[in-house]
Each structure stands twice: as C-alpha cells, then as structure tokens.
Design a protein around this ligand. Structure first.
Ligand code: A2P
Length: 290
C-alpha cells in the first residue's frame, strides 16, 4: 500500500484506519468527502468486499424521484457499485426546491414513500441493507406501521455517557433493529469531560486500559456498533482495542451513564424548526420550535 503523504486529509486518516484493521467506514452524502473516501479505498489495496461501507441519504433527497439519483451520486463518488448499508440520515424531509431547508411535513411524518424507493434500491443490488438514523421510537413506529417489504436493519443515533438512551436501546433490541452509536466518546466538544468521569477513570485503571477503550468496550457490550472518530493515528489505533468488561465494571458505567439527566450534543431541531425527538418539553432552553 502506498502511503499518502498529506497528514491532514481524509485519505490519510482512512488509510491509517485501514492499516490498523478497521473495515467499517461510516460516511454520508452530506459529509461532503465521499470522493476522497472513494479514492482512499481504491488506493488502499483492501478489497472492496472486505469493507463495510455505509452512506446516508440527505434530507433534501427524500422525495421518491430524488432517492436513486442521490444514491448514484454517492456510489460514483465512492467508486463502488453497491453500499453495504444506506441510511435515511435524519427523520426530516426537506423540499428539494429553491427555499433552503423547507420542511416537507407529510414526508417527514411518514417517510414510507422514501423507504419504498430504498427497498427498490435493494432489489436493484445497489444497496445490501437499509436503515435509518436519528429516529426515536415514535418515528420508527410511524415508519414500520406501513407495509414494509424490508424492515430497518440499523438505527444510527447519538449514544454516549451523556445520552445513553436505555429505552431506545431496549426497544430496538426487542424489535430486532441494531443500534449504531455515533459520538460514542461524547463528540469533540465533550470528549475531555467524558474521559474524565471518575467511574470510567477507575475502571480504566483497574483494567489497565484507557478511558476511551472503556467507553468503546461498554458500547460493544451494550450490543451496539460504536463509531468512534479520530484524526490522530495513535488514537485510531487505541480505539480499535476492545476489552470484555467484567460485569461489575459494565454495570457501574451503565448506572453512572443512566443516572443523570440526559443531554444531546447533536440537535438540529431548532435550526430546522422540527421537534425531532419530542424533546421540546424536556429541554427548557430550546423553547417551542414548532
Ligand atoms: P481527534 O480527532 O483530534 O483525535 P466521538 O468519536 O465521540 O465523535 O469523539 C470524537 C472526538 O474525540 C474527536 O475530537 C477526537 O479527537 C476525540 N478522540 C477520539 N478518540 C480519542 C481517544 N482515544 N482519546 C482522546 N480523544 C479522542
């Protein structure tokens, strides 16, 4: 594998991760870097079939006629003819018109027309699995109340010490939907605070591993797929080491994470004018955005 020299671009981080053994690449149309990701994969020498490649349908492309062109654009940028997983990025549909981020309320409340197109993409072989992201239980139920041919395989949501979502986790387990954890270390703004939590520091010392490894192991042990993010080679390496936590340590962290008032790092509700998770009453700072 030829080493990419630029230390600060996506290709470099991706190449580092692939060399470390990572094979799961979580991307999205809206991240704006699929061309670089595609280039890095094709130059890595790692066979496509060894990689689990995810992309996400952006809010502006939920109208049925927009789904396949958006997917085709992602496939072409990623230099592949199929995705392992394609997710509806947010349970919010924007009209693909002149007004920026104008919400299509009907399609937001019932995304079945979008889902049907995703099912067709599976039939066409462009996508192997389909799922959702940032859906709460009510929104999943709104979708699955329709006569789906394929049920959501995955729901990718924010999961971390601050927002552990035990109810969603249990509900998804009971309903056969795999949860994926984004911001598993609390995200860039809170990672330092997250790693400093006393229970995690104690467990890390006891087991001789790092606090980040404690969290990633906890996510895996909860039955979720952890998606840690780092642009630091030593951390990319560190985050790949998962340990089986003794039950006592696991329960201690689970209790600490679920015993405080939850808060989200990622919440575009206010900017988009949509109460995405029904948190409006819950979060006094947000006011009524509807
Ligand atoms: P950096 O990219 O500079 O390495 P999350 O995965 O929850 O979204 O968190 C991402 C943030 O956590 C980034 O700021 C990243 O910094 C930082 N981070 C990732 N892995 C580690 C680690 N092992 N130790 C400390 N900070 C980390």
């Amino acid at each position: 594998m030829q080493k990419i020299e630029h230390c600060c671009d996506v290709s470099y981080y991706l190449q580092t991760a692939l060399e470390e053994g990572y094979r799961h690449i979580d991307g999205a149309w809206n991240y704006g870097n699929e061309a670089e990701v595609g280039q890095a994969i094709s130059e890595s020498g790692v066979p496509r079939k060894e990689i689990w490649l995810t992309s996400k349908l952006w809010n502006s492309f939920h109208a049925p006629q927009d789904v396949e062109p958006a997917l085709d654009e992602s496939l072409s940028r990623l230099r592949t003819d199929y995705l392992d997983l394609y997710l509806i990025h947010w349970p919010v549909a924007f009209r693909n018109g002149e007004k920026e981020n104008e919400v299509d309320w009907e399609l937001t409340e019932n995304p079945y027309p979008t889902w049907k197109r995703l099912e067709e993409m599976v039939d066409k072989g462009k996508v192997r699995n389909i799922g959702i992201s940032n859906f709460d239980i009510r929104r999943i139920q709104n979708l699955t109340a329709n006569p789906l041919k394929i049920k959501p395989y995955v729901n990718q949501v924010e999961l971390n010490y601050w927002n552990p979502q035990p109810e969603l986790l249990n509900w998804c387990k009971d309903n056969g939907i795999l949860l994926e954890a984004y911001s598993p270390l609390g995200g860039a703004d809170r990672v330092r605070e997250t790693l400093a939590i006393p229970e995690v520091q104690d467990i890390a010392k006891e087991l001789g591993i790092t606090p980040a490894q404690v969290y990633i192991s906890w996510h895996v042990q909860r039955g979720t797929v952890a998606l840690p993010k780092s642009v630091t080679p030593s951390r990319i390496k560190e985050n790949f080491q998962v340990t089986a936590l003794p039950d006592e340590a696991f329960q201690k962290l689970e209790k600490a994470a679920t015993s405080h008032r939850p808060s989200k790092n990622v919440d575009p509700s206010k900017g988009w004018g949509v109460d995405i998770w029904g948190w409006i009453e819950f979060d006094e700072d947000m006011g009524n955005v509807m």
